[in-house]
Design a protein around this ligand. Structure first.
Ligand SMILES: [Cu+2]
Length: 221
């Protein structure tokens, strides 16, 4: 009987997922040690959590639109098995594709107003491009668990309901990435500072969906 009462108490009063949070800030350090004033497109996530997901992400819709010959937003994060919808909001055709290992796809050429989905089945960074417009690029981070968050413009971040444990905290930004160990106690982990050296970043070019260089037509795209 005692055991029964205890197990009921465990279920109702001590939820399986953690109530601890990881909070801190991210600094993007440019040439000369200057810290960028506004942080945009930085993702912080916890690697190594094996507990039941604390957040049900199944109802949310993740979208990357093609608008004004650009992907918007340019960076998204999903958990393994989630899909992203790619609507074409332009008056011209686009062809969204990726050659990234584990999540290769080609949505084909589609017109204004149409949209297509892709389910991301493997963890990792996915580079998304358009086969018509070489300057269009986006990123999808496919993560094994839902313990991630976007960094606020002022650099602050907060990942809620993390189960206590020892993990690796990672931060990804298009221009730099880093990771460091984090110990999450019952009281969480606060004041975590992640510094990214973005001074060495160089924009990279890419090939089309056939693995060939893009062909410029009449000097325009
Ligand atoms: Cu395009």
């Amino acid at each position: 009987m005692t055991r029964f009462v205890l197990s009921i108490a465990t279920v109702f009063f001590f939820p399986l997922e953690g109530s601890a949070q990881i909070s801190g800030s991210v600094a993007l350090v440019e040439k000369g040690g200057v810290v960028r004033k506004v942080v945009e497109g930085a993702l912080v996530y916890v690697d190594g959590v094996e507990a039941t997901p604390a957040r049900d992400l199944s109802a949310r819709k993740v979208t990357i639109s093609s608008r004004d010959k650009a992907f918007t937003p340019r960076v998204q994060a999903v958990t393994v098995g989630e899909s992203v919808t790619f609507p074409n909001l332009d008056d011209i055709m686009h062809n969204v594709f990726s050659l990234s290992k584990g999540n290769r796809f080609d949505l084909g050429l589609y017109k204004s107003g149409a949209k297509k989905d892709f389910v991301f089945e493997n963890p990792g960074l996915v580079r998304v491009y358009c086969n018509i417009h070489p300057h269009m690029s986006a990123f999808v981070q496919v993560l094994p668990n839902p313990y991630f968050t976007w960094v606020q413009p002022d650099g602050g971040f907060n990942i809620a309901r993390v189960p206590p444990g020892q993990y690796t905290l990672k931060v990804w930004h298009e221009e730099a990435q880093t990771s460091q160990p984090v110990v999450v106690s019952e009281g969480g982990a606060s004041g975590v500072l992640l510094k990214l050296d973005v001074s060495q970043y160089k924009k990279r070019s890419h090939l089309n969906k056939f693995g060939k260089p893009y062909k410029r037509k009449r000097g325009k795209y």
